[in-house]
Design a protein around this ligand. Structure first.
Ligand SMILES: [Fe+2]
Ligand SMILES: [Fe+2]
Length: 732
């Protein structure tokens, strides 16, 4: 079939937005999403950060974006980057004044601590919208790569101790604010996150789930959040990316954008400005609330925090004629009444040592020792002293409702949101070409996720056939072995030397031109989704492990760190063009009709795309696959291709890049082995040796699953043998 020239893709990729497409979800996802958005804001946040693999989370993300992004207001969409910058600078000036008023001298240590904790939730997330912006549908877009360079910077150039997140965490720790990891179960509680904070965080998370479809809005959000720099102002840190660079990317985007995209950029800009302004106002309210809190109210808050855990521990202790065990399990617990009775009780009365039974109880040696933090204990001590001094102020228990009105409105908007572009559609049984299209554009076809998971699992299982016979592979050795770091390195070396390097002899005869081009087309589909298998690992909340940063480092390298000249997707396009192979972009529906790349090769790329969508479930398999595919870039096969390409004057940049960058002494292949070793070492330290065996088996089936696609001769032989066995068993 001849394609219309309009559908042919030619770098540079100047997209400012993907084409408008509906978002397909299954009926079941709709019901689950309803249940998720009906819950509290903190549960919504936890769901969005904890689950990056299920359809319903993606639908929730779509609904959150719909509720927050107001596309209806028409703003002057021809504003230049300088004009936008001026507008944002004006907002920043206003916020700066408020933020400066939140220093410890003005608001006191307690309020400052509360403000820092509260803001950390958003501060740790900055830039998460760039996590998977680079993906098969968006590469090698000019603007996506400009933004990828920012992503690389914010990720500390793949050094986990240099990331924006880590810098902020360190700064907070200097101020005595210690928080668990962002995706930890107790993170929001430790930060004492208000519903409004959780909702603002949910917006940024939602954007990080659908970044390709919301590229224009994302550019606006990115510029606004980083330029406003609320966290840096609050923490006294220098920005990691200066305003000039941010503005230059904004200007680059405006040049690519038409009126519709500009309007969408403004929607993102406005949304982020509103969220940041709203949050800073909330921080100021929070500080004021803390500063103005009567002592009794602070005490009541501590009691309220601990009461649910007190259970029946207090046995016979009575206050106000009622056993504490009863008081604290009462769902209608009246804190003001309890405090009024407690301050008159014998537990608070001064004892001969100058303390009280209550204070003695929580000191060392007392039955309540270790229950309260130092800060809480100090608070109680102050309160008991004031009671003993005869102070009897009216007891007013002030609830913390900071930001709740805005939060209620925002939560209601999410519940009410029914984006017009969400459609209910099941994937059916797509052909390989249709499946490829859906997986490349997965944001629009989330209903395909269960199918992708099933396909990946089947492949990994099937590949285990090579655990026993894989030694006979031509380019791989997937035969299973007991894991030790030494054994893994030895296997990698052995495959490299025995299978990839030693058999190499320069070709004495070069196949004809058509054959050379044909063989290249059989590799091209895989190359067009180069590095896809790791494009979703190491996202927000998943970059705590050493190996995550190393995986990100490989991915960043594959994308040229945002430099298009070094980007592997650019390289493969260059190579294909030199052979006069002109294709639509893989994200375009027209690609389903392409006639240059052979059909039987789709399975390989589909496998890569499928596993990539489950970076949590198939983490181990991805690590093994990563080693296999990085090694596949080396040795004889590539060297022959280079020779053939050179012979006909084709561009060998793609092959050359892989021969060097994937090298086994320090390149991607070596890094891939190191990553497995680092990961299994962590498993061993946390879960012990038995767990290592289990996890290792899964890593190795990831390796085998690449072999399963490249060892045609071996698999054919195994198939013939098993058919022969079957025939034999029939005879018996
Ligand atoms: Fe590559
Ligand atoms: Fe590589």
């Amino acid at each position: 079939m001849t394609l219309p020239p309009a559908s042919i893709f030619e770098p540079p990729d100047l997209i400012a937005a993907l084409p408008d497409r509906p978002f397909e979800f299954s009926q079941a996802a709709g019901r689950e999403a309803d249940a998720i958005v009906a819950g509290p804001a903190t549960a919504l946040f936890s769901r969005l950060i904890g689950d990056q693999e299920s359809e319903s989370t993606w639908l929730v993300a779509r609904r959150v974006l719909d509720a927050f992004l107001d596309r209806s207001v028409e703003l002057a969409d021809d504003a230049s980057a300088d004009q936008i910058a001026e507008q944002v600078a004006g907002v920043r000036a206003g916020l700066t004044t408020t933020i400066q008023s939140l220093d410890v001298a003005s608001v006191g240590a307690d309020a400052r601590d509360a403000v820092l904790r509260q803001r950390a939730v958003l501060g740790f997330m900055t830039g998460c919208w760039l996590d998977v912006l680079s993906q098969p549908a968006t590469q090698p877009s000019v603007i996506v790569n400009r933004l990828f360079a920012h992503h690389f910077t914010l990720r500390g150039e793949a050094n986990p101790r240099r990331t924006l997140h880590y810098r902020r965490r360190q700064r907070l720790e200097q101020d005595g604010v210690f928080l668990p990891e962002l995706a930890a179960a107790d993170f929001l509680a430790a930060a004492d996150a208000r519903p409004l904070t959780a909702l603002a965080g949910s917006f940024y998370l939602a954007l990080s789930r659908l970044p390709a479809n919301f590229l224009p809005e994302l550019v606006g959000v990115h510029y606004a959040v980083l330029t406003l720099g609320v966290d840096d102002l609050l923490l006294g840190l220098d920005p990691m990316i200066g305003e000039a660079e941010l503005r230059s990317v904004l200007a680059a985007y405006l040049e690519l954008a038409g009126p519709a995209e500009r309007a969408r950029l403004h929607a993102g800009l406005r949304c982020a400005i509103d969220l940041e302004r709203e949050h800073v106002e909330m921080l100021a309210e929070l500080a004021a609330w803390h500063a103005g809190l009567p002592l009794e109210s602070k005490v009541a808050a501590v009691i309220a925090r601990h009461a649910p855990f007190a259970g029946r521990h207090h046995k016979d202790v009575e206050v106000g004629g009622r056993p504490l065990a009863q008081t604290f399990t009462d769902p209608e617990l009246d804190l003001a009444r309890f405090l009024a009775e407690f301050r008159e009780s014998k537990q608070v009365r001064r004892t001969p040592d100058g303390l009280s039974a209550f204070v003695r109880a929580y000191k060392f040696g007392g039955p309540m020792f270790g229950i309260f933090s130092e800060r809480e204990a100090a608070l109680f001590a102050g309160w008991v002293a004031s009671v003993q001094a005869g102070e009897r102020p009216p007891i007013e228990v002030v609830q913390n409702t900071v930001g709740d009105e805005r939060a209620d409105a925002r939560a209601a908007a999410i519940r009410a949101s029914r984006p017009a572009d969400v459609v209910v559609a099941e994937p059916g049984e797509p052909s390989d070409r249709q499946l490829f299209y859906r997986l490349v554009n997965i944001e629009n076809f989330a209903s395909t996720l269960p199918l992708a998971a099933q396909r990946a699992e089947q492949l990994f299982e099937a590949a285990e056939v090579l655990f026993t016979r894989g030694a006979g592979g031509r380019y791989t050795d997937a035969s299973f072995f007991s894991y030790t770091p030494e054994a893994l390195y030895a296997r990698a070396e052995q495959v490299y030397w025995d299978k990839l390097v030693k058999p190499y002899k320069p070709l004495t005869e070069i196949p004809d031109r058509d054959e050379v081009v044909f063989l290249q087309t059989t590799y091209a589909l895989g190359a067009l989704v180069d590095a896809t298998w790791i494009h979703r690992t190491a996202n927000l909340g998943r970059s705590d492990r050493r190996c995550d940063a190393a995986l990100f480092s490989i991915y960043a390298d594959e994308m040229g760190f945002g430099d298009l000249r070094k980007n592997h997707i650019t390289l493969i396009h260059r190579a294909l063009h030199s052979m006069d192979i002109r294709l639509p972009h893989i994200r375009d529906a027209a690609f389903m009709e392409q006639g240059d790349l052979p059909d039987p090769l789709y399975g390989f790329s589909l496998h890569q795309l499928c596993m990539a969508l489950f970076p949590d479930t198939y983490y181990n398999e991805i690590l093994g696959y990563n080693l296999a595919i990085e090694m596949f870039g080396l040795g004889e096969l590539r060297l022959h291709e280079v020779q053939k390409l050179n012979h006909y004057g084709f561009d060998d940049c793609y092959e050359q890049a892989h021969l060097t960058i994937d090298n086994i002494s320090a390149g991607h292949s070596r890094q891939a082995a190191d990553i497995i070793v680092a990961y299994l070492d962590e498993v061993r330290r946390v879960l012990g040796d038995a767990a290592v065996d289990r996890e290792w088996r899964r890593v190795w089936r990831g390796y085998a699953s690449l072999a399963y696609f490249v060892e045609h001769a071996l698999l054919k032989q195994l198939e013939t043998e098993s058919e022969a066995d079957e025939d034999l068993s029939l005879l018996i």
